[in-house]
Every structure is written in structure tokens, then in C-alpha cells.
Design a protein around this ligand. Structure first.
Ligand SMILES: [Zn+2]
Length: 454
């Protein structure tokens, strides 16, 4: 018979209700939740009883934007250690992400449940040619190639489709039509305007910074054919574009209205500029920094050769100085707030793996902090639990604490509604009813040599 656990006297933030509930019992049978109730519950004989008096339980967190093939196997357990029990890979070589998905979902490797999109789908041109990243790319040279390319990805069982920077509007529209709602389609858009993709029926947009850039930023900085993310100026120019962005312009209003009308999920990835928020000194002092996985550090080391000797080589964003992002991040947060207050759909994602800092798992905790500043703690928690689960179409399985869902939840010593940073007061992580001790996982994780012991 399946192992049964009864958790008693918990304060539960279930991901769905607007208020926490106290005095709750959660009955777990095997890997699923069997009951959640305030009523007295008589458990079957042999049930393990765990008293959670004084503790808060929240659903396991979901990161909707990760790149698992870039972080090495050492990066995967970090998700669990930070409370992230599910993740969606939005760009990786198909056979690699398929293997990772199989190993993670079967429990062969310790890490989150994984959902995959396969490769980043460009148009005729390549978005970048860094050797370490290039294998993530595939392309659809013209709309005629859509049935073959997308057909084979769907046949391979991908959980979503990811449109990438150089895909032009006619191909993007053809992909969305061909997929026909079978899986969610999302985009990190550049050559295609997000408003056109929204009207064509796209389900999600990635990066507030990038996908809606054209609807907010000055004409002379607009993306389009010829724009390249490999150009160092691209990043400083987009930061400048955001500094000057008018969030109440006609095109901005049209974007908010369309996002709300079509309920398109905005995958924010505000954490891309976390380092601008906390400042270079703050980042250097940040204990999370010690968990940057070895393969990611090796890539940073190669980049450091270009940047020159500097104490922040392991966390430097690459093409711009962290302080240059302060005002842009404020604008990204404002876009997030306006979208949320207008009835739009905000989901948290991080891009961890692609960037060294913040590291996997911890990146989502930073994302939540930035979200909570503008939409409040409860909405921020929902954005990385129940709302994220709906985006992935997995709401029957993950993202909330309710009967039938996987027993993926976090036991906290703190109250994340008082301060979302208390998500770090994590005592136990349950994935499929199995308990993990975050401290034990972190003790086994490789520690970055860039961080000297205090
Ligand atoms: Zn990404």
C-alpha cells in the first residue's frame, strides 16, 4: 500500500484562495494529495503524522523559464533546495532536454519536474553564434517549413513551442496556426511585434525587457530585421529605450488592452536585472553567489577574459554595467504592475542557466521579490504557483495544494505574506510526497571558488 502522511495544524497558502487558512490537515497518499481540510480527519492505520503547528505550507514553486542544458547536472538539485519543484525548459537541444525530462520526472536525477519546448526557433537568420549556446537554436526558414518542423516537435512530445528573436511575423503566425492550441506557444520576440503575435493567438511572451519592447520604446531604437542580440550595443540601447519609454503611449495602451483581452501570459524574468537592483556590492556579498554551477562559472571565466580582471567576473551580466539597468528595471516592474492591475496575467520566470547570476532556484526567489514589490506578496506567490501551472496547462497536477495534485509543497518557518523573503525559511521541500532537506542539498552542492569563505 502507498505510504500515507497526515500533516496537521498547518497554515496553508494553497495557491488558489486569496487568504491563507489555518488549522489545516493535508493527507498525502503516495505521491498525491488525497485531502485538504479544516475538519477532523481520521487517517488510515499506519499513517505517518507530522505536526506543522507554527509552520506555513505553500505549493512548490514553478519556474516557467529555464535552460537546463546550460547549467550541468550540478545545477538541477539547486531548484529543489530553493523550493522550485517544477520548471519549464524554454530552449535546449531536443534530445538533451528529452533525456533530462525523463531522468528528472522519473526521479533518477534530483531536481524539478521538467516540461520542455525543445529548441529556440529562429527565422532564416541565427540569433547568436556563441558555441556553448548555438546548439539550442533551430530555425524555420519560411512559413512553408512550418508543418515539417513543428510537426516533428509535437510528435516528439514537447510541452510547448518557443519562438525566437529572428522569427518574422509571417512564420510566427503560421506556427501559431499550425500548433492550433495543442500546446502553449510562447515567444522571445524581436523581428515580430508582440501585438501581432497576440492577435495571432500566442499564449505567452517571455521577458518584459524584450518581447514587448517595440510597443513601449522610441521608434529610433526599435528592433527589426538586422537587430542582433550579439551586438553589445543591443543591450545598452534597450536599457536606454526603456528609460525613455512612455508607458501610457497609444501603442503601450493597445498592448496592455490586447494582453488583457487575450489573457496572454507575461513571463516577466525581472531577475535578469536583479543585479541592478541589489547593486554590484550587494551581489558580491550575496551568499547565493556561491552556488553558481561549475559549467556556468567556466563560461563566465571565458567571458571574464574579455571583461578584464574584476571582482565580479562570476556574476557580471556581460554586455552592460549592472548600474545601467536600474531605471530600466523600474520600468519593467511598472509594466508588470499595470498589466496585473488591468487584469492581465503575470507569471514568474528567470532565464536561469543562460545567465550565471542569480543561480538556478535562487533566481526564482529573486524574481518573486521583484514581483512582490509591484503586485504584492500573494499575487507574486500565485504567479509562480497556480498561475504558472495554468500557463503550462498542468493545473490538475501542480501549482496548488488541493486533492488530486502532486504532493509538491514547501514547509516554511516564516510567513511569506508578511515578507516574501521568508520563503527562504524553508525547512522541508516535498516533491511527490518525498521529503528533501534544503540544507543537506546545499551542503552537497559544489561551492564556487570565486566566493571566499567568510
Ligand atoms: Zn531564455
Amino acid at each position: 500500500m502507498a505510504h500515507t502522511i497526515l500533516f496537521r495544524n498547518a497554515r496553508v497558502i494553497d495557491g488558489l484562495a486569496d487568504q491563507p487558512r489555518t488549522g489545516m490537515s493535508i493527507l498525502v497518499t503516495g505521491e498525491r494529495i488525497a485531502a485538504v481540510t479544516q475538519d477532523p480527519l481520521t487517517p488510515p492505520p499506519g499513517t505517518e503524522i507530522i505536526d506543522l503547528t507554527g509552520k506555513t505550507v505553500v505549493p512548490g514553486l514553478i519556474d516557467t523559464h529555464v535552460h537546463t542544458t546550460l547549467m550541468g547536472d550540478e545545477g538541477l538539485p539547486l531548484f529543489i533546495a530553493a523550493g522550485v519543484t517544477s520548471a519549464r525548459d524554454v530552449g535546449g537541444k531536443l534530445d538533451k532536454v528529452q533525456h533530462l525530462k525523463a531522468d528528472l520526472n522519473s526521479g533518477k536525477k534530483l531536481g524539478p519536474r521538467l516540461f520542455i519546448c525543445g529548441p529556440l526557433l529562429d527565422g532564416a537568420e541565427k540569433s547568436f553564434d556563441y558555441p556553448a549556446f548555438a546548439e539550442m537554436l533551430d530555425n524555420i526558414p519560411s512559413p512553408e517549413h512550418v508543418p515539417q518542423k513543428i510537426g516533428s516537435l509535437l510528435a516528439a512530445g514537447v510541452d510547448g513551442i518557443k519562438l525566437y528573436f529572428t522569427m518574422p511575423p509571417d512564420t510566427a503566425t503560421a506556427v501559431i496556426k499550425y500548433v492550433d492550441n495543442r500546446v502553449p506557444v510562447t515567444g522571445h520576440l524581436g523581428y515580430t511585434r508582440s501585438l501581432d503575435a497576440i492577435k495571432a493567438g500566442i499564449h505567452g511572451l517571455e521577458h518584459v525587457w524584450i518581447s514587448p519592447y517595440n510597443e513601449f520604446c522610441a521608434l529610433d531604437m526599435q528592433f527589426g530585421p538586422g537587430a542582433s542580440m550579439m551586438d553589445p550595443k543591443f543591450w545598452t540601447q534597450t536599457l536606454k529605450g526603456w528609460e525613455e519609454a512612455d508607458l501610457q503611449s497609444r501603442t503601450a495602451r493597445a498592448w496592455f488592452d490586447a494582453m488583457v483581452e487575450h489573457q496572454v501570459h507575461m513571463g516577466t524574468t525581472l531577475d535578469l536585472l536583479w543585479i541592478a537592483k541589489c547593486g554590484k556590492e550587494g551581489a558580491l556579498q550575496d551568499p547565493d553567489r556561491r552556488y553558481i554551477p561549475p559549467v556556468v562559472l567556466a563560461r563566465q571565466k571565458a567571458m571574464a577574459a574579455r571583461l578584464g580582471e574584476r571582482p565580479d567576473w562570476d556574476i557580471h551580466p556581460g554586455f552592460f554595467e549592472p548600474a545601467q539597468g536600474v531605471k530600466a528595471l523600474e520600468k519593467h516592474q511598472q509594466v508588470t504592475r499595470i498589466l496585473h492591475e488591468s487584469g492581465g496575467v503575470v507569471v514568474g520566470g528567470t532565464d536561469c542557466g543562460a545567465l550565471s547570476y542569480p543561480p538556478p532556484g535562487f533566481a526564482l526567489l529573486r524574481e518573486i521579490e521583484l514581483l512582490a514589490e509591484v503586485i504584492g506578496a500573494m499575487a507574486a506567490i500565485k504567479a509562480v504557483t497556480a498561475v504558472a501551472a495554468r500557463y503550462l496547462r498542468q493545473q490538475e497536477h501542480i501549482g496548488s495544494i488541493a486533492p488530486g495534485r502532486y504532493a509538491d509543497f514547501l514547509v516554511l518557518d516564516g510567513d511569506p505574506l508578511r515578507d516574501v523573503r521568508e520563503l527562504r525559511k524553508l525547512t522541508t521541500v516535498y516533491r511527490g510526497g518525498v521529503a528533501y532537506d534544503p540544507r543537506a542539498i546545499l551542503a552537497r552542492a559544489p561551492h564556487s571558488p570565486a566566493v571566499h569563505p567568510e
